[in-house]
Design a binder for this molecule. Structure first.
Ligand code: AMP
Length: 736
């Protein structure tokens, strides 16, 4: 059977397969159900695993034995789904999907797919990319390589035979992720200048907001308080599918009437495009903020952009096209189907001769389909070699020069051309029997080690002692063509390569925070000061907000009169204390009642860093001077001073911040840093998330791992009651 190469767009919501036809042009291969895209959904039906359209059908009738949006969890060791008695992680689920895509395409084409190029979000880190390659292996598919989705789209739009010398902005809004890339199309190459993105922003967030809006409309019609509407898991799953369909319809219609049947209510609601746009505008703005951030970083103005390339189904929404047009003063590019561009680009990439793909290859690319000397020429003006860049800086854990803390020592900068490599030499004291070196590889640009992704731990073994007792070891870090990190090591004086073994990264890396353990102590005391930190961003609107308010009131109810002083802080794009800590619990309940999106002009997004705000304001209210902008060295000194009792006024005060959030904070790095600073001041942090909150981040900012929890919206009340009860009785506020 003839063997060919395919491109696969492994999408969050939908996936697609493309190959190159005999005319040299890429085309989408329809699946076994005759559709051009296959839902990225896997399910179990009476003992059988089903994938794609059938699984989506199961989901739409409320079957909870289905898994969708798993791409968002790629590389997450904690993500597990049970299907038909088997446990799968995101790579395992993706393997099932990939196998189905390839089987369907092979059957349709009557040809064997020998290898594939799979697309990944440009912003994927090394661990996520490795998980995709593992999915291919588990599916028994040969992965020729990975390609960043926007880069693939740049290939596909090259079909438009643009004259060279143009700068493209690829705005890629998919079901689960948002990416933006700026690329320069040259005579014979596409050079990526830089990319940025938000992993937790996608069509699903719009679906969730629309589902909430639909419940609110139904409640209004039935005269029910929306905080009383408790949806079952299966109702939520069905509603999500319905909301996604309504969202699509609203791209071409001003309003949609839809029957809704949840929480014992039944009715037909009319969803107007304007209302939907009002409930989701903050999400579009969030994407534009990422675009602005990239433009600033690259030193570009909109006037420097020649074309805006829309990618991903979400760009079909008029609101997004308008937002792009209002900035760019031109309509986004057309001509390529935005849902299909990525798969088409991957197919082109899969079929280019390998030497076209190498950076630094000055030869004009041979546009003949690879491996088919007599085959047709690719007829694509856009089939150019691609020069991609690193989306993240890469560093390693090192000690600061004054040896007081651990830092991220950057080795390969962000936006470096891929493949990139850099070596560093270290002098190590080695015992006569030989030694080992531990290398922790970090992805990210934050100074504090734990604000970065610790994406691998390697042990360099068999280091031989050199004369004098000190051995030189050269460690090399590489981003390979797939933007996956590789580590190698040598002993240059001996001319030998050393074995490097990858080992699991231990769960507790808190030692890298470098504060000596004897100096960190929690201050426990008499009447606690408790702050409720309440997320009032746009995504909370409707049912989640109503549930959150009830949960917070239940929290307050747990405190016997005078047991604690309770304050309330709202945050969204900004922060505000809406109630100073008080024992007047009616006042606290009234403050909680004021929560709504954009309350007190705080905005709709997640720009705020409430922990920084508390560090600056709350501590000073409690008699500790503000330390904004303090250096790490200064902070260490303060911690040491506090240990010696210098700030004795706080020694018997216990302060606890209890956070409720439903989203991913924009400035996570700052918040993590401020959480550490607050911890150093003996302030406890409890972090409860739901919706699209990020569990790892919640754990990072919480004082202890079990002070953080990601729960369903219906479990908020129980969770806050539990925290309130613990704090009221002087126990630790454990939630996990
Ligand atoms: P992708 O990951 O590129 O497949 O993007 C899929 C996302 O685009 C999903 O959230 C879809 O609901 C959304 N989508 C697809 N078509 C439309 C449309 N016509 N209007 C609005 N959203 C759409």
């Amino acid at each position: 059977m003839e063997e060919i190469k395919a491109g696969i767009d492994l999408g969050t919501t939908n996936s697609a397969v493309a190959v190159i036809g005999d005319d040299g042009k890429p085309f989408i291969v329809v699946n076994g159900d005759g559709n051009r895209i296959t839902p990225s959904v896997v399910g179990a039906d009476s003992g059988n695993l089903v994938v794609g359209d059938n699984a989506k059908d199961l989901q739409s009738i409320g079957c909870i034995d289905t898994a969708a949006f798993f791409k968002r969890h790629m590389g997450d060791a904690n993500f597990r789904v049970q299907l038909d008695g088997e446990t799968y992680d995101a790579a395992g689920l993706s393997a099932l999907l990939l196998r189905r895509l390839v089987d369907d395409a092979q059957e349709r084409l009557g040809k064997r797919i020998g290898s594939v190029v799979v697309t990944v979000p440009a912003y994927y880190r090394s661990t996520e990319r490795e998980a995709v390659l593992r999915a291919c292996r588990e599916a028994g598919i040969v992965a020729q390589g990975l390609i960043a989705e926007p880069s693939a789209a740049a290939y596909a739009y090259g079909l438009a035979e643009e004259e060279p010398g143009k700068t493209l902005l690829v705005y890629d809004f998919g079901g689960g992720t948002f990416d933006v890339t700026v690329a320069r199309v040259g005579e014979d190459e596409i050079r990526v200048l830089g990319c940025d993105g938000d992993h937790h922003l996608g069509g699903k967030d719009f679906d969730d907001a629309l589902a909430n809006l639909m419940v609110d409309l139904l409640c209004a019609e039935c005269g029910v308080d929306s905080s009383e509407a408790n949806l079952t898991e299966s109702e939520s799953a069905m509603l999500a599918v319905q909301a996604e369909q309504v969202k699509r319809q609203l791209s071409s219609r001003e309003s949609v009437r839809v029957p809704v049947c949840v929480a014992g209510m039944r009715g037909t609601v009319e969803v107007r495009r304007g209302d939907f746009e009002g409930a989701t505008m903050h999400l579009v703005r969030k994407s534009m903020d990422v675009v602005d951030r990239l433009m600033v970083r690259l030193g570009l103005l909109w006037a420097h952009i020649d074309a805006v390339v829309p990618v991903g189904g979400m760009t079909r929404m008029p609101m997004i096209a308008e937002a792009l047009e209002s900035r760019f003063h031109q309509k986004p590019c057309g001509g390529v189907n935005p849902d299909e561009a990525v798969a088409l680009g991957a197919a082109i990439r899969a079929n280019l001769p390998p030497r076209c793909l190498l950076a630094g290859n000055a030869a004009a690319p041979d546009l003949r389909i690879d491996g088919r000397e007599d085959g047709p020429l690719l007829t694509l003006a856009g089939a150019k070699r691609l020069i991609d860049v690193t989306a993240h800086a890469m560093g390693m854990v090192a000690e600061s020069p004054d040896r007081t803390r651990y830092v991220n020592s950057e080795i390969i900068p962000r936006d470096a051309e891929i493949p990139a490599s850099e070596a560093r030499t270290y002098a190590l004291r080695v015992p006569p029997t030989g030694g080992e070196l531990e290398v922790y590889v970090l992805q990210g640009s934050y100074d504090r080690v734990l604000d970065n992704d610790v994406c691998g731990k390697y042990i360099v073994r068999g280091i031989e002692r050199e004369p004098g007792g000190e051995s030189l070891v050269e460690v090399e870090y590489r981003y390979n063509e797939n933007a996956i990190i590789e580590v190698e090591a040598r002993q240059p004086n001996r001319g030998t390569a050393l074995t490097v073994e990858r080992v699991p990264v231990e769960a507790d890396l808190s030692r890298f925070d470098g504060v000596p353990p004897e100096l960190t102590q929690t201050v426990a005391g008499a009447v606690p000061d408790i702050y409720l930190l309440f997320d009032v961003s746009g995504s909370m609107s409707g049912n989640p907000l109503a549930k959150a308010k009830s949960a917070m009131r239940a929290f307050v109810d747990e405190f016997p009169q005078g047991a604690a002083r309770i304050g309330v802080i709202f945050f969204s794009d900004k922060n505000q204390v809406v109630q100073e800590p008080t024992t007047d619990y009616d006042a606290v309940r009234a403050a909680i009642g004021k929560a709504k999106a954009d309350a007190f002009d705080l905005g709709y997004g997640n720009e705020a860093d409430p922990l920084g705000y508390c560090y600056d304001n709350v501590l000073s209210m409690l008699g500790v001077p503000s330390m904004r902008g303090e250096t790490a060295a200064g902070l260490f000194k303060r911690v040491a001073m506090r240990a010696k009792g210098v700030f004795s006024d706080r020694q018997d005060r216990y302060t606890c911040l209890v956070i409720l959030t439903d989203g991913v904070w924009y400035h996570q790095g700052w918040s993590r840093a401020n959480a550490r600073k607050l911890a150093a001041e003996g302030v406890d942090i409890v972090a409860v998330g739901f919706g699209s909150a990020d569990q790892t981040f919640l754990r990072d900012i919480a004082t202890k791992d079990d002070y953080a929890a990601l729960v369903g919206v219906n479990a908020l009340q129980e969770t806050f009651t539990k925290i309130g009860r613990a704090l009221a009785s002087g126990e630790e506020p454990r939630v996990a």
